[in-house]
Structure formats: C-alpha cells, structure tokens
Design a protein around this ligand. Structure first.
Ligand SMILES: NC(=O)C1=CN([C@@H]2O[C@H](COP(=O)(O)OP(=O)(O)OC[C@H]3O[C@@H](n4cnc5c(N)ncnc54)[C@H](O)[C@@H]3O)[C@@H](O)[C@H]2O)C=CC1
Ligand SMILES: N[C@@H](CC=O)C(=O)O
Ligand code: NA
Length: 432
C-alpha cells in the first residue's frame, strides 16, 4: 500500500501501522506493507527510515508495487484526481476525506464498481468510531427511522469549552487547530459544512439513496450566544450541533444546525472532541455509537481498520463484497426517497426576541404565532429595567418550518421588536 499525505491523519496512520504491525498482520492474515509515502513536508512524528518516499502523489497511484492507495491529503479537486487515477490503475482506495466522498462519491463509486476495486472510507465519518461499518453491516437487517449525531469534533470541542470555561470562541478554535482536529479551512467545522458532508454519507448508507450533499440544509454554531446556552439550560435542554436525517412520509430530512436536546438524552453528555451518533432501527431499537471524532490516532484507527478489510476482501469476488453505500444498485436518477426542502420539515422551536417594554407586545407576538398555527409550550419574560430591551424566550410545539419562517418574518417587522429573532430548533429524539 502507499500513503498520500503525511499530516495529522497520515502521520497517525503511519505510526499505528508500524507500532501494531504484529497484531495487524495476524488479523489481516498477511503483513500490510507501506511501499511508498508521498508527502510535501516531513512529519517529525514519523520515522521514514527505509521507506520509499516521493513528493508526487500520482507516483503512488501508478506504482506497480502499490495495491491500495491511502488518500490523506484532503480537499476536493486534487484528491478526486488522485483517487480516480488510482481506480483507473486498478488500485483499491482508502480515504478519510468526507468532502471528497460527499461531493464526488457517486462518480467515484461508479468508476470503482466498473474496475472492481474497493473504496473504503470509515475515517470519513466521526473519526475513530466504526459507525459506517455499524450502519452498513451491523444494522443491515433494519429499516432505519432516523440518524442524529454530533459529527464534528472541532465544533463540539468549541461548544464544550466555551460553556464550561467561559472561554472565547477564537481561543478554543485555535486550540482545536493546534490539536489537529480542525479542517484545513476551519469554517467547514464551524459553519456545519463538514458535518453536512458526514451526514450526507450516513443518510446514503442508512436509506439507500445517492449522495446529495447539495440538498443538505447547513447552519453553523457561530451565532449561538452564551445567553441562549443559559436559557436552554433553564428550560432543561442543552444546545448541541447536530446532523439529523429522518425518514418521513414526504421524503428524507437532511439537516445540520444547532439543536436544543433534553438534558437526559445520552447525546447531551457527549463533550469535547468526542462524537456520538444515535440510530433508530425498527428491529434493533435505539443504538448509540460514541468515541473520538477527530485526532491523529483515533482517525488512524479507522483508516487501518479499512486497510484490514481491504486485505481480507481482496480475496472475495467483487460481486460478493459489501456495497460501498450498503445498498446495491442505488439509482442516481428517479430517487424513491427525495430529500425534503427545509421549509417542509416539522420540528419544535426555541425563539429569543428582544422587545421594547411596552404593554401588549407579548399579545402581538402570540397573535402572530397563533395565526400561523403555532402553539406555545413555554414562555420566559425577564424583568426590564427602565428603558431596556426585554428578552422574551419562547418554546413552541412542533410546527412546519415554512409557518415558522413566516411567523418570524412578521414578528421581526413589529415596531416593538428590536433586531432579528434567534431561532434554534428543538429535537426530543424520541426513541420510537
Ligand atoms: N484531522 C482529523 O482529525 C481528521 C481528518 N480527516 C480528514 O483526513 C484528511 C487529512 O486531514 P489532516 O491529516 O487533518 O490534514 P493535514 O493538513 O494535517 O494533512 C494533510 C497532509 O497532506 C499533505 N499534502 C497535501 N497535498 C499534497 C500533495 N499534493 N502531495 C503531497 N502531500 C500533500 C500536506 O502537506 C499535509 O501534510 C482530510 O480529508 C480530513 O478531512 C478525517 C477525520 C479526522
Ligand atoms: N475537522 C473534523 C475532523 C474529523 O472529521 C472534526 O473536527 O470533526
Ligand atoms: Na468512523
């Protein structure tokens, strides 16, 4: 095999493979030999003595001694060209690149299928947690109702440390970057793009639909304030950045956004760089997969597990192998389970508005909500001091996003309301 990219994950993979070579050899039934490494700069954590190296990743993809290309350079375009070249040359591929799979996966799997090669990507979702294997193979008997998870380690690390230590956003983000958790462009983590990549992959495996990243609704954590965190706490909730995909009668929900979840849910106790994914299957019931979502060796654990699978699967005839996305024959056109537009989803809401302390303002807000068919579950109005704007916190029952959009538009146009309304979706994550 050959490794392309020797950064956080590449370095971790190199070291885990080297350190645990004996056990890995026994599990694979044969040694997994690093034939070549392509890197741009030296990784001081890796001893490359005796290893053939290059600065050209395409050399690895055409090296006749390399049977598996491990793509760990990241990004969309060069990674796509590298993987497509490797497939064209009949090599199997292992990658940790969720951006690549979510955006170019349909094309990559088509090419791999016609060449009869394996493309494995366990590290692409939730780092070291074997969630892809669990969903694709372990839950293969089930009709899945929903998948909901904390699937970005950097974002969860930031939310946890801001809340527990009162630290500034930028400060915690810089720490997550130094620990190797963040994407090359950390706005991918903070704005939910990375989580949407991962959710896209999970949904395809759970429901047997093509990868449709462009249809995912994506909202980041950058607008969650300390006040929202505190108010959610008062109401018995915690705010987590979730990826949620539910099967409904109208199609599939595919959405990433900050979410209020009840404190008693197991997901509410997932902190720091840890990730967890809850899956509800009709036969198995609720299940939860937990562990490190980022970092060198946790991610390497998944990359090496894929290498072990490839080593074993190579001896199996192509048509008997587990399909890339769990289901054989996924149709890219004529999808039976469409991804729903965001305004068609139904959920409960937390709203925070700033009102001028004038009689009747609450009644005007309540009238708008009622006219849009939205009922209020809880309400907190803080005492105002002279001339101050008063925060009003509302929790609603479940309603259509389209109705909530209209209600928020009307509330924001009231003369008594200052600025924009904060809206955070609420999920009970009922296990039925
Ligand atoms: N860091 C983490 O915890 C996790 C990262 N991933 C994914 O793993 C992949 C790699 O991420 P990291 O290791 O964190 O990034 P990184 O930036 O630490 O490593 C990437 C390495 O690839 C090298 N590289 C880039 N282009 C190259 C080229 N043309 N030729 C040779 N070397 C080249 C860079 O010099 C760098 O050393 C990304 O797709 C990322 O999304 C997945 C799960 C967890
Ligand atoms: N940047 C990602 C890395 C793992 O996928 C994250 O923080 O989760
Ligand atoms: Na994983």
């Amino acid at each position: 095999m050959g490794i392309c990219g020797l950064g956080t994950v590449g370095g971790g993979t190199f070291n885990v493979l080297t350190r645990n070579a004996d056990d890995i050899t026994r599990r694979a039934g044969r040694p997994i030999v690093i034939e070549q490494v392509a890197h741009r700069s030296l990784n001081p954590a890796c001893d490359l003595t005796g290893i053939r190296t290059t600065t050209d990743v395409f050399e690895v993809a055409s090296n006749p001694d390399v049977d598996v290309v491990v793509e760990l350079i990241g990004g969309y375009d060069l990674a796509r060209d590298l993987v497509m070249t490797a497939i064209e040359n009949g090599k199997h591929v292992v990658t940790a690149n969720k951006a690549l799979i979510a955006v170019h996966g349909n094309e990559i799997f088509r090419a791999a299928h016609s060449k009869g090669v394996i493309v494995a990507f366990e590290a692409a979702v939730a780092g070291g947690i074997p969630v892809i294997k669990s969903l694709r193979e372990g839950l293969g008997a089930n009709r899945i109702s929903w998948v909901a998870g904390i699937i970005n380690g950097t974002g969860n690390y930031i939310l946890t440390h801001m809340r527990d230590e009162g630290r500034a956003f930028e400060d915690v983000l810089a720490e997550a970057q130094a620990l190797g958790y963040a994407e090359a462009d950390p706005t991918f983590d903070v704005e939910g793009i990375d989580a949407a990549h991962k959710l896209t992959i999970l949904a395809s495996i759970a429901y047997g639909v093509p990868l449709q990243f462009e249809k995912a609704y994506t909202e980041g954590i950058s607008r969650v304030t300390a006040e929202d965190v505190e108010q959610a706490d008062n109401l018995g909730y915690i705010i987590k950045h979730l990826g949620i995909s539910k099967r409904t009668d109208s199609g599939l929900e595919l959405r990433v956004h900050p979410t209020l979840i009840p404190k008693e849910r197991l997901l509410a106790s997932v902190h720091g760089v840890k990730n967890a994914i809850a899956v509800l299957g009709d036969a198995v019931g609720p299940t939860l997969y937990y562990g490190a979502g980022a970092g060198a060796e946790p991610t390497a654990s998944a990359v090496v597990a894929d290498l072990l699978d490839v080593a074993r699967d190579i001896s199996t005839e192509h048509r008997y192998r587990t399909p890339y996305l769990a289901f054989g024959g996924i149709k890219e056109n004529g999808v039976s389970l469409p991804i729903m537009p965001m305004e068609d989803i139904t959920t409960a809401y937390y709203l925070r508005l700033l009102a001028v302390d004038r009689p009747g303002v609450l009644a005007r807000v309540a009238t708008i909500l009622s006219e849009e068919g939205i009922s209020i579950e809880a309400l907190i109005q803080k005492e105002a001091t002279e001339g101050e704007l008063v925060p009003i916190i509302l929790m609603t029952h479940r309603t259509l996003e389209r109705n909530m959009n209209e209600a928020i538009r009307r509330i924001e146009s009231l003369a008594d309301i200052a600025g924009s309304v904060t809206r955070i979706r609420v999920e009970s994550l009922d296990e039925e």
